[in-house]
Design a protein around this ligand. Structure first.
Ligand SMILES: [Fe+2]
Ligand SMILES: [Fe+2]
Length: 323
């Protein structure tokens, strides 16, 4: 069933609904977070920086065996670094959205929403950078490869917007999935980080919604050869960007003191990490089915990338139900 059949709304109407939601519910990095409130102060010895069970590193035996003060040190660094990677990804996204919107014709339904999204992402980068600054952690964020490619990636939004919006999902779906599971986990967390995540999850729902709407709408308009090439590229981009977001860079691993074999197990080798990775992409697999990106050859690439599995039956279906 297409989204139009499901909601009774046209593509244009759905983008307008998203835009109006951005007008009525949005956040400002400095108005909506009381940074100087005493409860929000960052104390580097605070027990609440210990990583939660929802974090793959936090639930690993190596981390759990460390002395408490080391768990706290690594926990604060790790959370600041994840935030830094997120904001660098958003900077690439904002630049891409500008390239994309620049060439849209007058009257295009995508113009207004894509600029609402860029506005919101600017606030997110401010909010995330302010957190990093207050954490006192001089974290590097993304890997050298991502930083090197960062000026080029946004151009994809102009050249292959369909591929670009899949790339957007490759970043937004894992961040959203992780933040939601941390918030749902109900463990005691620092109120500042909790506030930041609540704001982020609320706005990301719309961004993810837009990428899904866009891809569903454009898919039937792709030419045959475009569809063939994109179907092979999508799982590659998904896996690469997901790694960039989830796996700490070599320098970050060194700063945290994670032994190489432990890192390899946590992020690549353990059956648990492989399941975690597959679970992240249930919604994207559903979308890939709906947008004609799944065929015999591309399914093999999904499998080779370790992100194959059953598609979700509906958006945000819990992973346990989709496994
Ligand atoms: Fe964001
Ligand atoms: Fe976003």
């Amino acid at each position: 069933m297409t989204a139009t059949q499901a909601t009774g709304q046209t593509y244009e109407e759905r983008l307008r609904t998203l835009s109006e939601a951005s007008v009525h519910q949005h956040f400002d990095a400095f108005l909506d977070i009381d940074w100087d409130h005493p409860d929000f102060a960052v104390d580097p010895a605070d027990e609440r920086w210990v990583l939660p069970e929802a974090d793959v590193l936090g639930r690993h035996a190596w981390y759990k065996s460390l002395p408490r003060d080391e768990q706290i040190r690594i926990g604060l660094y790790r959370q600041a670094n994840v935030v830094k990677v997120g904001l660098q990804f958003e900077q690439v996204l904002i630049a891409g959205l500008m390239h994309y919107a620049f060439h849209l014709p007058n009257g295009s339904p995508e113009f207004r929403y894509s600029t609402h999204e860029a506005t919101e992402e600017c606030h997110h980068t401010q909010m995330f950078q302010e957190f990093v600054n207050r954490s006192g952690q001089d974290v590097p964020g993304a890997t050298g490869a991502f930083k090197l490619l960062a000026p080029i990636l946004p151009i994809a939004a102009r050249v292959v917007p369909f591929g670009f919006f899949y790339g957007v999902l490759a970043g937004e779906e894992p961040i959203d999935h992780v933040q939601k599971s941390v918030l749902r986990g109900g463990e005691q967390m620092h109120p500042l980080l909790q506030r930041i995540m609540q704001i982020h999850v609320a706005e990301e729902a719309r961004h993810i919604g837009f990428a899904h709407q866009y891809l569903e709408h454009k898919a039937p308009r792709l030419k045959r050869h475009e569809r063939a090439v994109l179907s092979m590229a999508v799982p590659l981009v998904m896996r690469w960007l997901c790694n960039e977001i989830l796996v700490p860079s070599k320098r970050a691993q060194r700063d945290m003191g994670i032994p190489a074999d432990v890192a390899k197990e946590i992020w690549f080798d353990s059956p648990e990490s492989q399941k975690f990775l597959r679970d992240l992409f249930g919604d994207v697999r559903m979308l890939a089915e709906e947008t004609g990106m799944m065929n015999k050859a591309s399914r093999r690439v999904w499998r080779a990338m370790g992100i194959d599995g059953r598609p979700s039956r509906y958006r945000s279906e819990p992973a346990s139900a989709a496994a």
